[in-house]
Design a protein around this ligand. Structure first.
Ligand code: UTP
Length: 277
């Protein structure tokens, strides 16, 4: 079965980005020309997906408004490009009733997903080149759940879900176990889950069986741990760039790196940075 649907959770509090996120969703925080979630929707589109479900919640209405067709009198080319994509995709919304964790948020996608494999893209994470496109290629060969991972410094493992795994071929690993936010001593590797997944619909049963974990939240990693006892799961080592816009340092780095490379503003920004040295 092909991957034709994408789910984007975007209902979290965004406490690490306060006060920026006091009255606006963290998924609407700008990175150079566009809000974060627009990069995520574009990634799904450029990975061949036309049906997209965004999971929103309290205080997230701006996300829905952003994906309306624009009615500005003089749209610039960023707006026109988004309008063109919006002609081709269908975006659906569902509201998470309580912010009980990422696993709980994914649960709301069950009737949208039905019996198909789906791509899951965290709404606060950007990847270049589109990680989802690479995951879909791997899925077409392995036909089971695949989790994108990246190498992180060992002292940072406690910020992530981490996998224990065995390499099968270049960049593809068989998952043996998954641990949410382990201490350095508990961490089975330094391969951290980065926020892009292909999951089979069996995940929904596993979420229902998942008890609150780290931070009292229903953790997706814990649900995937159950899934891993029922079907083979793979990890894919993504070698591109990934920014977690949910923390301020990564958000600022994303703005600097992407602004420096940008066609429109890059020249002036590079000059400005040189003038600061
Ligand atoms: P985070 O783990 O960054 O959590 O969510 P958070 O609550 O948004 O942020 P902090 O920790 O308070 O700063 C990763 C992704 O999962 C979504 C978020 O919107 C984000 O895109 N999420 C998280 C939900 O949709 N619902 C939740 O209950 C938690």
């Amino acid at each position: 079965m092909k991957v034709k649907k994408a789910v984007i959770p975007a209902a979290g509090y965004g406490t690490r980005m306060l006060p920026i996120t006091k009255a606006q969703p963290k998924e609407m925080v700008p990175v150079v020309h566009k809000p974060v979630i627009q990069y995520v929707v574009e990634e799904a589109y450029h990975s061949g997906i036309k049906d997209i479900l965004i999971i929103t919640g309290k205080g997230k209405r701006a996300i829905e408004d952003h994906f309306d067709r624009s009615d500005v009198p003089k749209p610039n080319h960023y707006v026109s490009e988004l309008d063109r994509i919006l002609e081709e995709v269908d975006i659906f919304f569902v509201r998470q009733k309580e912010q009980k964790g990422l696993g709980d948020a994914v649960r709301y996608a069950e009737s949208f997903v039905d019996d198909e494999p789906f791509a899951l893209l965290l709404g606060d994470t950007i990847t270049f080149p589109p990680c989802t496109r690479e995951l879909i290629q791997i899925y077409s060969r392995y036909k089971t759940s695949i989790v994108a991972v990246e190498e992180v410094p060992i002292e940072k493992v406690s910020l992530y879900g981490v996998v224990a795994c065995k390499e099968l071929e270049d960049s593809v690993y068989l998952i043996e176990d998954l641990v949410e936010k382990p201490s350095v001593d508990e961490a089975p590797s330094n391969l951290a889950i980065l926020g892009r997944y292909i999951l089979t619909p069996e995940i929904f049963e596993c979420i229902k069986e998942t008890k609150p974990g780290k931070g009292g939240e229903i953790q997706l990693t814990d649900a995937m741990r159950i899934l891993n006892t029922r079907e083979r799961m793979y990890a894919y080592l993504f070698k591109g760039r990934r920014y977690d816009i949910g923390n301020k340092v990564d958000w600022l780095k994303a703005n600097i790196e992407l602004a420096v490379e940008d066609e429109e503003v890059g020249g002036e920004i590079r000059e400005f940075i040189r003038s600061m040295e």
